[in-house]
Structure formats: structure tokens, C-alpha cells
Ligand binder design. Structure first.
Ligand SMILES: *Cc1c(COP(=O)(O)O)cnc(C)c1O
Length: 475
């Protein structure tokens, strides 16, 4: 018989008040105010973290304060420290905003608070995610039998896919990671394009793959199949090859048909990082960029970039679902598991997780197939307007072939290019960040926001022109 006598002098708990509707209305109102002001708000934050810490109050309160005061304090004080990442003229990184239908769905997800790891336990949100998963595969032209996991972002989606990849190529080499670990096993050749995203290396580190082997790229950052063949032929043993749909500087897509053939001839698993670019496959006009995409073995993307759902939502897709589950599933007697291999938690690194696929379902339901294509075309079309307009300004060079949503420009030297970006930041109407590409400072426009249309793109060109005049005048 367990001892149920109270531990020490803990008093009986007082009754809690039911949730206060006015509190949620307050949050809703403050959110609406933020969203209303967003398109015209200066984009960069106006406060440092230190000022924010002072404003918010650093000391742990001894006693609590009413919930409405907490929410009002948060909304009042944090505002100068917020970056208008959802602005239709925010091009700083490949980020994207939030479509209203996705935000509304996300609010419901928070209110429902469903721990969406198990089919038997939360059938409502699991069903929504299963429909969203099937729709994503269909829109992207990927094999319908693929398993899909909703992760926190492309980084963790890559992790899931590459975990499946690593374990599968090692298993084929007679080595079982789940029982034997990695030490003493064959070395996996982790082969990547010279211009892969840094998070590919990070996912490789999570997985103990070590530093990747780089393959030369062409002038747009696309992997060269001849160089890939050479790299694969120069060694032996298990291999994982990472390709890319959407280079963050040029927007370029690797030549999937040839690269997949070369990699598969060498027995490698092919993964495609398409954090933002995979969505080109959902546009009949742009689909040709992704030709051969479905020849790969796994794909990772974000819904919180091109599709414009709120953070955080990445999507892992693996043709051989058994390989994915083999890598990531776990079992415990207390979990009400459905049957081996069917539960959402078996496809991502997380066990407990919010129903983050629900906003993706809402966006796809709201836009439909043609609306998704329009969204992708609008982003790419706006990028073309920016490239043509900004590229026509004196002394400005567009460095990439603008095939998708990325525009990389430079002035005559690095100092001038950096001055332009700094001027844009100071003006606050358009945000585009500097980077380095092919040994030059560049200003990068990543067109990722659902609200960036032709009018916003033209306004962007005008703002860049004003900034350029100011830079030239030294003011
Ligand atoms: C953004 C990005 C990633 C990482 O995605 P997160 O959602 O930030 O984890 C990976 N690859 C590419 C090409 C990206 O643009």
C-alpha cells in the first residue's frame, strides 16, 4: 500500500480561477495592433537586448501579478525590440511571414494543446497532419508512399532524413547503428556541394558523420555532376549525397536528374535540402527547375519559409519509411502506441510535440493547388521586378541568374555594397542583408513573404534607389 500521507505541511491547493476570456481578448487585440501596423512599420528593431532586459525587469518577482498585467507588460515593453520580419519588404534572410489563415490555425493549436505524438491519443490533429502530409507530397511531385514528419525546421527535418540515410547505408554495409553505435563501423562518406547550407554540416555533426566532403559547384552554386562522379569514384564504402533545391545566394537548383543518377550508381543515398526551393515544384511555371527531384531518397523543407506559416514548422520526407522509423522510433510501455511504425513521433526527433502541421493544412486548404502556385509565382515574379529595377540603377550589378526568389547584387566594391545595406537598415523601409558570395560582399534580397507583390517590389526598387543616391552623396 503506498503511503499517501501528506509530505510535510503542504496545504491543500486553493481552487484555480477558470481561464479569463478577457485575457485572451487582450492578447488578440495586441496581436491585431501589431499586424495592422506591420506593413508600414520601420523594419529593424529600435532597441538592444540590454535595453529590453531593463524594460522587462530582470528580477524574479517574489509574488505573482495578474495575468492581464503580464500580457500588457509584455506587449507594451517588447515592441521596440521587435523586428518586422513579417513586413512585405523584409528580404533579410529566407524567412517568410505568416498568412492569416495559418496564424489563426496556430492559435487553435495552442489552445487545443494536443501532444501530437500518437495516433490513438490525438486523432483529430493527427488526421489533419496526415492530410497535410499527403497534400505536400502531391504538390511537390514526390512519391506518395513517402513517410512525412513535421519537425521544428529544415535543420531538424534534415537531421531526421539524414538519420534514416546514415543508418540505411550502414545497414547495407552490414553495420547496425542502433545496436553497435558508430565507433568501429565503416566511415560514411558525407558528400555535399561546395555551396550547401551550413545546417547540412550541422545535421551531419548531430549524426557523427564528421566534416563533409565538398564537391565543386558551377558559377551559380549548382553541384557539378562530373565533379560528384569523381569524388564518389575516388573512395569506396557507404555514402550519403546532399543536393540542394534553392541556393540561398542565387536561388539555383542542383541538376537532380544527373546528380541522382551519378550518386545512385555509386550506391549512395541522395538527400535534397529544399528548405525554400522545394516549393518551386508546386508551380507549373517553375517546376522545370526541380526536374528529377523525385529521383532522390529523401527531402527536407520548411513550411515556415515559402509557405508562410508561423514558426516553427519543417517537413522531413523519406521514400523508404521503414528506414526513417528504424532510425527515429522509440517504444515505452506507458505510451499508447498504435502499431509499430504508424505514430507521428516515429518520424522526427521529438516525442512530445505541438500539432505544428495544422497551420500547413490550413494554408493548403485555403489556397488550393492553384493558390499555392500563385504564391510561388508571385514571390519569383517580385524577385524579377527587384532584379530588373535595382539592376538598372547606376553601378549596381545583379550577380545571379534570377531563376527563383533570390537576388544578389553588388556595387563596385565591398565598402560601397556594405554602405548600401547599412543605409537601407537606417532608412527602415526595406531590409536586405549583406553576405559574402564568390569572394565579394553582396546585398541579398530573399523574396519570401506572401505579401510581397509587384507593388511592394516596385516600392522596394524606389527605396533602394533613394538609399543608393544617399550612399553616392555620402550623406
Ligand atoms: C533556412 C535554410 C535551412 C535551415 O532551415 P531552418 O528552418 O532555419 O532550420 C536549410 N537550408 C536552406 C537552403 C535554408 O534556406
Amino acid at each position: 500500500m503506498p503511503d499517501l500521507s501528506p509530505a510535510g505541511a503542504v496545504p491543500a491547493p486553493p481552487a484555480l480561477q477558470p481561464p479569463d476570456e478577457a485575457l485572451l481578448d487582450l492578447a488578440h487585440r495586441r496581436a491585431a495592433e501589431w499586424l495592422d501596423a506591420l506593413p508600414e512599420r520601420p523594419i529593424p528593431p529600435r532597441a538592444t537586448v540590454d535595453r529590453m532586459l531593463d524594460e522587462l525587469g530582470r528580477d524574479l518577482p517574489e509574488h505573482g501579478e495578474p495575468a492581464d498585467e503580464v500580457i500588457a507588460r509584455l506587449a507594451d515593453r517588447i515592441e521596440p525590440g521587435l523586428m518586422a520580419m513579417g513586413s512585405p519588404r523584409f528580404y533579410g534572410w529566407v524567412i517568410g511571414g505568416t498568412q492569416p489563415v495559418a496564424l489563426a490555425a496556430d492559435w487553435l493549436v495552442s489552445a487545443w494543446d494536443q501532444n501530437t505524438g500518437l495516433r490513438n491519443v490525438t486523432p483529430g490533429t493527427v488526421a489533419v497532419e496526415e492530410i497535410a502530409a499527403a497534400w505536400v507530397l502531391e504538390l511537390l511531385g514526390l512519391p506518395a508512399e513517402s513517410e512525412v514528419g513535421f519537425a521544428t525546421g529544415a535543420t531538424t527535418a534534415q537531421f531526421a532524413c539524414l538519420a534514416a540515410a546514415r543508418d540505411d547505408v550502414l545497414r547495407r554495409a552490414g553495420w547496425d547503428v542502433a545496436t553497435d553505435g558508430l565507433a568501429g563501423g565503416p566511415r560514411v562518406r558525407f558528400v555535399v556541394g561546395a555551396e550547401r547550407h551550413g545546417t547540412i554540416d550541422l545535421a551531419g555533426r548531430y549524426l557523427g558523420l564528421g566534416a563533409p566532403i565538398e564537391v565543386a559547384c558551377d558559377d551559380q552554386g549548382r553541384i557539378r555532376p562530373d565533379a560528384l562522379r569523381e569524388v564518389l569514384a575516388s573512395g569506396a564504402g557507404p555514402a550519403v549525397v546532399c543536393l540542394q533545391a534553392g541556393n540561398i545566394h542565387s536561388g539555383a537548383f542542383d541538376p537532380f536528374v544527373e546528380a541522382c543518377r551519378v550518386a545512385h550508381e555509386a550506391g549512395a543515398w541522395v538527400h535534397v535540402d529544399g528548405a525554400f526551393g522545394l516549393w518551386a515544384a508546386a508551380s507549373p511555371r517553375l517546376r522545370r527547375l526541380t526536374e528529377g527531384l523525385a529521383d532522390a531518397d529523401s527531402w527536407s523543407t520548411d513550411a515556415h519559409k515559402t509557405l508562410n506559416v508561423p514558426y516553427d514548422c519543417g517537413i522531413a520526407m523519406v521514400r523508404d519509411g521503414a528506414a526513417l522509423r528504424h532510425a527515429l522510433s522509440m517504444h515505452a510501455s506507458y505510451l499508447q502506441a498504435t502499431e509499430v511504425g504508424a505514430d507521428p513521433h516515429e518520424k522526427v526527433a521529438e516525442l512530445s510535440r505541438r500539432a505544428r502541421g495544422v497551420p500547413t493544412w490550413a494554408v493548403l486548404r485555403h489556397l488550393g493547388r492553384d493558390g499555392v502556385a500563385d504564391l510561388i509565382d508571385r514571390l519569383a515574379g517580385s524577385a524579377r521586378i527587384i532584379a530588373e529595377g535595382v539592376g538598372g540603377l547606376p553601378g549596381v550589378e545583379v550577380l545571379n541568374d534570377v531563376v527563383f526568389t533570390q537576388v544578389c547584387i553588388a556595387l563596385e566594391d565591398d565598402a560601397a555594397t556594405e554602405a548600401l545595406s547599412a543605409r537601407l537598415w537606417a532608412d527602415g523601409e526595406v531590409l536586405a542583408m549583406t553576405s559574402r558570395w564568390h569572394d565579394r560582399a553582396v546585398v541579398r534580397f530573399s523574396v519570401s513573404n506572401w505579401g510581397t507583390d509587384a507593388a511592394q517590389a516596385r516600392r522596394t526598387v524606389a527605396a533602394v534607389e533613394r538609399a543608393l543616391v544617399a550612399v553616392r552623396a555620402g550623406t
